[in-house]
Structures are given as structure tokens and as C-alpha cells.
Design a binder for this molecule. Structure first.
Ligand code: UD1
Ligand code: MG
Length: 501
């Protein structure tokens, strides 16, 4: 068994050295004679997932931002010497999630879990075969490790991971005789008495390869679904006198299988709480865990404060001492230390450097880069725009495909006209430039360093450094025009009527 660290990268605080955990240390004595080496993990992910009622393979449905199968892969990697993924004919997406180093085999016809495991036979001729269902996102690597270690230490032919469920409905039940596992019966094949059993099969098993394959050859499909059940291999081994062990999972949540969207939501709620608990233990203040949604891949530094109704998704990274106020939505973005997001900011695929203050109500669209100490105020939208250190756009601006220099001031209502109906064009604004209110910058255009653009101007030509550009029509003022206009319509000024009465 390989002791590997789970992703993401080493040094992240929540990673643990497994050797100091609940696993290997306690088994060292047995390990000398039954070393859990040569572990092939077979992950089953070829099922149709009919109960999801989806066009998408079940194991690609996201849970806290990662596809279901990514959780099984992460747990499996902690114990696997070899990984085999069994996919269906629509398995390209699943294979892509697995990435390199995983043997992928196709189960062309979905004839059941036993048949699915058979497909991996060529990859697991000897050693220990650990079978994991791809639809169990809450299963941990530590539990897999405990299972493998127990299996090897007891030299069992098979060891199942079972759980005592408060609601066993839908799961296979573990039937025991004289305390020993005798067989597993599926819910749909169970008698009323068997349905009362609360010990369930989690769909995670360890097998001695030499005994698994002959047993699987004997599995038949004479059940309610006409499928080859892997669970039947347990009964076959037990009846033949082989030793079948069970390890009961400590936290029954780990056993939760996702077969329909209700179970997907139930598992997501538990995983969401796990993520929040982990972050809080790492020093992040979460004011209202009940309304905070943080994805599994997100990293957040200590002393950052997350206010209620916040969503942070994707591979977002937030530094230390940031403030994320109510209603913010952050996706695939990076925030450096001490960034303040005032309420209701929306950020996607963007970078914000230290001490920047954003919002309330601003929108960073993909590929925006906000420099240090920048201020972005309400109703400001950035798209593929870079803002240099200390630049400001405090109200009602749109900056698209722009490079904004340091200390630039962008006035209220200023916009880049970056689209001509066919192509996008760039705007460059030099350091210390002052863009007045309601300025239209028609791209492609360069605004020189230190220049001023007067309020209301539409600039279509490059502005030289330190110049003033004002583009306005001459005002026309006609004395008494308004009074004559009202008189013609027989209407006094509203204020005058009040005074008269
Ligand atoms: C299975 C177990 C049940 C257990 C439950 C735990 C069997 C017969 N039953 O039931 O005892 O309590 O898991 O969640 O094993 N798969 C394939 N190919 C197939 C069929 C399934 O790869 O032909 C894969 C699925 O993608 C899934 C896993 O095997 O990841 C389990 O299949 P699923 O249909 O979810 O089985 P359950 O009904 O949940
Ligand atoms: Mg299932």
C-alpha cells in the first residue's frame, strides 16, 4: 500500500501524515507477516445512474464543486498501488477527471457490479483488490486504509466495509450467522425481516485476488434486476468456508451512496459542513455556516472573515485577513492578503492583489487583474482589464479589454467602447491619467500618462501625455426660453402655483 498524500499540493494545512493517524501504526506487528502491499483499487463508475434522471453520467455530477468521481479517486489514491477505473461507453468525461496514471477499462454492457469488477481482472491478477463504488463522495482515505490493514492483518478472503444506518432503506443488508458475515441481500430481494437489519453494505470491499476471481465466475444473475451482483461473491466465499470479515465504518455518513438527487443534496450538505469546519479550524471566521457555500478546492488564509450568504467556488484562493462581506460570489479567483470585498461583489476568474477594496456591487468578469491598493466601487464592471497599483474606479464604470496604469482615476460613468460589433479593441490608460465622468473611450485608443479627459468627452484619438482633452459642443443658452414655452402651453412653473395660492 502506498502512503500518498491527497491533493492539492503538499504543505496545505489540512493534510495529514497518515502514518501518525489511526491507521498503520497500530498494525505494525501484523504487517510484518501480512503487509498490505500490492493493492489494486477498482473504482466502479459505469452504472447508468438511472435514478438521477440525467443525461450526464452520475459520477460527473458536482458535489461542492468537484465531480463525484473525484472524491472516490482522492480517497483511493491514499492507499492504491494501482488504480483501475471501470467506465461505461459514455465514460470520456469520467476518464478525463481521472487523468494520467489510472488504467481505464470499459464495461460495454451494464450487467451489474459483479460484471463491472470482472472488467478489471487483467489489471489485478494477484494481491489485494479494493473495490470502491464511484458514487460515495464522503468516504475517506483513512477509512480505506483501516479496511485494507484489517483485511491483510486477518488474512481474510474478503472484508466488507459495513455501516450501521439509521435509515437503511435502499441499501444491501449484511446477513450474519454466529456473528460472521454470511451474505449480502439487496433491498429489492430482501424479505420484510431482512429489511429490518440496520447493518448495510457500503459497496466498499477488500478481496484477496486469488479468491475473488473464481468466486465472481460463479455469480449468477438470478435476482430481481437480472444483474451480476458483486455482493453475491461475498455469499459464495462465505459458503465455501473462506473467511469473510467486516469493518464497520465509524462515521455512517461515509457510507452515503448517491443514487438520486435527494441523496446528492444530502451528501453535499455534509461535505459542505466538513469544508467549513476544516476552514474554521484553520483560522477562518465564518459568521454564518448555514448560509456559506465554499467549494472543496477552495483555500483560505487565517483571519479572513466570511460574512453570511457568500459562495466561493472552483480553485479560488483567498489570502490572510481578507473580508468577504454579505452576498459575494467568487469563482475561480485569487485574492491576496487583506483584500476587502464589500457586500454583493461578483468575481469570476480574476486576480485581486493586496489591500484592494472592492464593492459594494461590483463585477469582475474573467481575466481581470486588480492591482494592490486599487479601489473599485459600486456598479463598476471590469472585463479582461488590468488595473495598476492605487488606481480608482469608484462609481458606475465599464472597463473592458483595458490596461489601466497606476494611480489612474476613472470617473463615474466612464466607459471603454471596446466592441465595434465584430471585434474587441484595447484601451491603454497611462499612469496618473484622470478620466473625467461620463467619458467614452473609443478603442483602440491610448490615453497618455498624466493626461486629463474632461467630463462628458467622447475620445476617439490617442491622448498625448499630460494633455487635456475636452470634447464638448458649445453650450447654447436662450434667455427666458423656458418661461415662454410654459406660457405657450398655459402652465406656470409648479413652484409658482404653490406660492400664488
Ligand atoms: C450497491 C450495492 C448495495 C450497497 C450500495 C451502497 C450491489 C449489487 N449493491 O447498490 O449492496 O448497499 O451499493 O451504496 O452491488 N456500476 C457499474 N456497472 C454496473 C452497475 C453499477 O460500474 O453495471 C457502478 C455504479 O456506477 C456505482 C456502483 O457500481 O458507482 C454501484 O452501483 P449502484 O447502481 O449505485 O448500486 P446500488 O444500487 O447503490
Ligand atoms: Mg449506489
Amino acid at each position: 500500500m502506498r502512503i500518498s498524500k491527497e491533493e492539492p499540493g503538499e504543505g496545505t494545512p489540512w493534510r495529514r501524515d497518515l502514518r501518525s493517524g489511526t491507521g498503520l501504526a497500530g498494525y505494525d506487528a501484523d504487517m510484518s507477516t501480512a503487509s498490505p502491499n500490492d493493492v489494486t483499487v477498482v473504482i466502479l463508475a459505469a452504472g447508468e445512474g438511472k435514478r438521477m434522471r440525467s443525461r450526464q453520467p452520475k459520477v460527473l455530477h458536482p458535489l461542492c464543486g468537484r465531480p463525484l468521481i473525484a472524491y472516490a479517486l482522492r480517497a483511493a489514491r491514499m492507499v492504491a498501488d494501482r488504480l483501475v477505473l471501470v467506465v461505461g461507453s459514455d465514460g470520456d468525461g469520467v476518464t478525463a477527471v481521472a487523468g494520467p496514471g489510472v488504467a481505464v477499462v470499459e464495461q460495454r454492457e451494464r450487467l451489474g457490479t459483479g460484471h463491472a469488477v470482472q472488467q478489471a481482472r487483467a489489471h489485478a491478477a494477484s494481491g489485494t483488490v479494493l473495490v470502491v463504488a464511484g458514487d460515495m463522495p464522503l468516504l475517506t482515505g483513512e477509512t480505506l486504509e483501516r479496511l485494507v490493514v484489517h483485511h491483510c492483518a486477518t488474512r481474510a478472503a474478503a472484508t466488507i466495509l459495513s455501516a450501521v444506518a439509521s435509515d437503511p432503506h435502499g441499501y444491501g443488508r449484511v446477513l450474519r450467522q454466529g456473528g460472521r458475515v454470511a451474505r449480502i441481500v439487496e433491498e429489492r430481494d430482501a424479505t420484510d425481516d431482512q429489511k429490518k437489519i440496520s447493518e448495510i453494505n457500503t459497496s466498499v470491499y477488500c478481496f484477496d485476488a486469488a479468491r475473488l476471481w473464481p468466486a465472481l465466475d460463479r455469480v449468477e444473475s438470478n435476482n430481481d434486476q437480472g444483474e451480476y451482483y458483486l455482493t453475491d461473491a461475498i455469499g459464495i466465499l462465505s459458503r465455501s468456508g473462506a473467511r469473510v470479515e467486516a469493518v464497520v465504518v465509524g462515521d455512517p455518513d461515509e457510507a452515503l451512496g448517491v443514487n438520486d438527487r435527494k441523496q446528492l443534496a444530502a451528501a453535499a450538505a455534509i461535505q459542505r459542513r466538513r469544508i467549513l469546519d476544516r476552514l474554521m479550524l484553520e483560522g477562518v471566521t465564518i459568521l454564518d455556516p448555514a448560509t456559506t457555500y465554499i467549494g472543496d478546492e477552495v483555500l483560505i488564509g487565517a483571519d479572513t472573515v466570511i460574512h453570511p450568504h457568500v459562495t466561493i467556488e472552483g480553485d479560488s484562493v483567498l489570502g490572510n485577513e481578507c473580508v468577504v462581506a454579505t452576498g459575494c460570489h467568487i469563482s475561480k479567483s485569487r485574492l491576496a492578503d487583506r483584500v476587502t470585498l464589500r457586500p454583493y461583489c461578483v468575481l469570476a476568474e480574476s486576480v485581486v492583489e493586496e489591500n484592494a477594496i472592492l464593492g459594494p456591487f461590483c463585477h469582475l468578469r474573467p481575466n481581470s487583474h486588480v492591482g494592490p491598493e486599487v479601489h473599485i466601487g459600486n456598479f463598476v464592471e471590469l472585463k479582461k482589464t488590468r488595473m495598476g497599483r492605487g488606481a480608482k474606479a469608484n462609481h458606475l464604470a465599464y472597463l473592458g479589454d483595458a490596461t489601466v496604469g497606476e494611480r489612474v482615476n476613472v470617473g463615474a460613468g466612464a466607459i471603454t467602447c471596446n466592441y465595434d460589433g465584430f471585434r474587441k479593441h484595447d484601451t491603454t490608460i497611462g499612469d496618473d491619467a484622470f478620466v473625467g465622468t461620463n467619458v467614452n473611450m473609443v478603442a483602440p485608443i491610448t490615453i497618455g500618462e498624466g493626461s486629463y479627459i474632461g467630463a462628458g468627452s467622447t475620445v476617439t484619438k490617442d491622448v498625448p501625455a499630460d494633455a487635456l482633452v475636452v470634447e464638448r459642443a458649445q453650450p447654447i443658452a436662450k434667455d427666458g426660453w423656458a418661461a415662454r414655452w410654459r406660457a405657450r402651453h398655459g402652465k406656470p412653473r409648479p413652484g409658482e402655483t404653490k406660492k400664488d395660492s
